[in-house]
Write a protein that binds this ligand. Structure first.
Ligand code: ZN
Length: 229
């Protein structure tokens, strides 16, 4: 499938059994700068991962990293039902501005339910269900994503101290479980489209995501989750 094999260099801090391997690397010029495009594949499933990276990763220096879960509608079509596309673009800009960091792009569309089920869930949302109710009415898990292999990839790239670009506490825990030190959580600037507010509010209330919404300017109630990091 791939033309060349690039052997991975370092061993992850808690690596017992390696579960991913680096298989290809090339340059990718983009509208925010040039990245290295690195392909990994899972040794335990048919999942493939793509990394966008800039600069040399220094284990001692806290470095920007993001695990981005594939969202075709947001990443490619500019959907305003979710903030995925905005987050991906902002993270790329942030890393390009620093000249250092990496995004691990995992192919777990629709929080792991796949694009067809995601369209089914959107149809229920059109009728009034929120993002969680829609999955439940379809008999699907709310979130099937796992991040361990993404953390393993960051270790393999040389990361040890991470400035994690994420609102998702599960991603923060996955990093820590894998022996990566999360020294900072870096929030992203998001435009709050009307169609986005309910989705973000549900993710915050029911999935514990660390999201600041425009209404926070008016409500100064302390939510424990917001002070986690
Ligand atoms: Zn999305």
């Amino acid at each position: 499938m791939f033309d060349s094999v690039v052997h991975s260099r370092s061993v992850a801090p808690n690596a017992g059994l390696r579960t991913v391997e680096k298989v290809a690397e090339a340059k990718l010029p983009t509208d925010v700068g040039e990245f290295r495009l690195i392909g990994y594949r899972s040794l335990t499933s048919d999942e493939e991962f793509v990394v966008l990276a800039q600069g040399e990763i220094d284990a001692h220096r806290p470095t920007l990293a993001r695990i981005h879960s594939q969202c075709l509608t947001g990443d490619a079509f500019g959907s305003t039902k979710c903030d995925c596309g905005q987050q991906l673009k902002s993270a790329m800009k942030l890393i390009a501005d620093e000249g250092q960091g990496a995004i691990v792009y995992q192919q777990q569309e629709g929080r792991g339910i796949g694009i067809i089920n995601k369209i089914r869930a959107y149809a229920l949302q059109d009728e009034g269900a929120d993002t969680i109710e829609a999955n439940e009415r379809l008999g699907l898990a709310v979130d099937l994503r796992r991040y361990e292999q993404c953390a393993e990839i960051l270790c393999d790239l040389g990361f040890r101290r991470v400035r994690l670009i994420s609102n998702n506490p599960d991603k923060i825990s996955a990093m820590k479980k894998f022996g990566l030190e999360v020294v900072e959580r870096v929030p992203l600037e998001i435009k709050f489209y009307r169609s986005l507010i309910r989705y973000l509010s549900t993710k915050r209330k029911q999935m514990g995501h660390l999201i600041r919404l425009p209404e926070d300017e008016y409500e100064r109630t302390a939510e424990p989750g917001l002070q986690t990091i």
